[in-house]
Write a protein that binds this ligand. Structure first.
Ligand SMILES: NC(=O)CC[C@H](N)C(=O)O
Length: 384
């Protein structure tokens, strides 16, 4: 049955099918067609545009638990990359009116223009409970009212385990980045000068991470995911950043090998999210697939040394198994939500990493102070 809050009675129907046979009927939003992926939920109350364009969401159909989506429209400043990466979008109520001083388009027009298949009018609370209690599932959204193609597509999805997706979303060629963070009144800025040079390995990098580095006086060379350690070191930079990205970290053997050599070389290394997981694997630890992952904008993460709690953005379905960390690694952060390892540092090398996203897009906030720590680490190594 169509949900009464489907946004508009005139929209054509669509079906969301889960691989276990559960069906949801709603209305088609965005582009017509069909799509499949891992169905996940994000609990953020704002930031749908950042979520849509975060490359770490490749092959995932994202359910937003906040019930009213689209009311601020979309703008040209809040994208985390040049295109939409989610495999589909599931929402409860699509706002009929988009109003914001930065808005340049409505969410539904934006989804249609970017070929994103979405479904509205879904009981997202029921769906989220199913995923929370039973774990992440494969699923599909199909335009129309016939459940069979939707079920078949959901069941045919390959899954995320073993999927090397960083290769698919990374930049083809190296490039330089010098844009700084957005500020009300002045918008984005340009880095005036640089006293450090960072090689940022792009596994699916979000733009605001690059802005946070540029903001702190870093010249940044963004490199393709498969760049070898020798090629990175040949740049002669002051540090290496391992980015966030989609898929199973254990499948990125080329990146794990490069990270191992880079860390061993003694160059400062900082990793976020997939970069954190790759650093763990390069250090000899193990990663595991989580039951339903962490996705949201208010996940409390505690820094063990100080007891301080940072409110972080999260988007991960894999995690580092804390028990597998070797003796030369020290846990620095844990989730106060479920105790998951959220950060560690190498005791023998200038290298540390964080599972969440300490940057708040598109602004300047470094919620856990990690960009500042990386800059200090690079300065100390440069002047040692
Ligand atoms: N945001 C990320 O970098 C996600 C990392 C990894 N793909 C995961 O799902 O855990």
């Amino acid at each position: 049955m169509k949900h009464p809050l489907s946004g508009s009675g005139t929209r054509p129907g669509a079906i969301l099918a889960l691989a276990d046979g559960t069906l949801f009927h709603g209305s088609a939003v965005g582009a017509p067609g069909q799509t499949s992926g891992e169905i996940v939920f994000n609990t953020a109350m704002t930031g749908y545009q950042e979520i849509l364009t975060d490359p770490s969401y490749a092959r995932q159909i994202v359910t937003l638990t906040y019930p009213h989506i689209g009311n601020t429209g979309v703008n040209t400043q809040d994208c985390e990359s040049a295109r939409v990466h989610v495999a589909g979008l599931v929402i409860r109520d699509l706002a009929l009116l988009a109003s914001n001083f930065r808005s340049s388009s409505s969410l539904s027009d934006y989804l249609a223009a970017h070929g994103v298949i979405a479904i509205a009018g879904i009981d997202t609370r029921k769906l989220t409970r199913l995923l929370r209690d039973g774990g992440a599932q494969h699923g599909a959204i199909v335009s129309g009212d016939d459940p069979q193609p939707a079920l078949a597509l959901a069941r045919a999805f390959d899954g995320m385990a073993g999927a090397d997706l960083a290769r698919l979303v990374t930049t083809e060629a190296a490039y330089e980045w010098d844009q700084t963070v957005w500020r009300a009144g002045s918008g984005f800025g340009r880095r005036p000068r640089a006293h450090l040079h960072v090689a940022a390995i792009d596994f699916g990098i979000k733009s605001n991470i690059l802005r946070m580095l540029a903001e702190r006086g870093c010249r940044i060379t963004v490199l393709p995911a498969t760049t070898s350690a020798a090629q990175v070191l040949a740049l002669g930079g002051d540090g290496v950043f391992l980015s966030n990205g989609p898929g199973d970290p254990a499948a990125c053997d080329y990146a794990i090998a490069a990270a191992r050599t880079l860390i061993d070389s003694g160059t400062p290394v900082f990793g976020i999210c997939l970069g954190h997981q790759i650093m763990a694997l390069a250090s000899g630890a193990r990663t595991v697939k989580m039951k339903f992952g962490h996705r949201g904008a208010n996940h409390p993460v505690q820094e063990l040394a100080s007891g301080k709690v940072a409110i972080t953005s999260q988007n991960h379905g894999f995690a580092v198994d804390a028990a597998s960390l070797p003796a030369n690694c020290r846990v620095t952060h844990v989730s106060l939500f479920d105790g998951t390892l959220q950060g560690f540092e190498r005791l023998d090398k200038p290298a540390f990493c964080f599972q969440g996203h300490p940057e708040a897009s598109p602004g300047p906030h470094d919620t856990a102070g990690l960009f500042d720590r990386f800059v200090t680490m690079m300065e100390d190594c440069k002047h040692a």
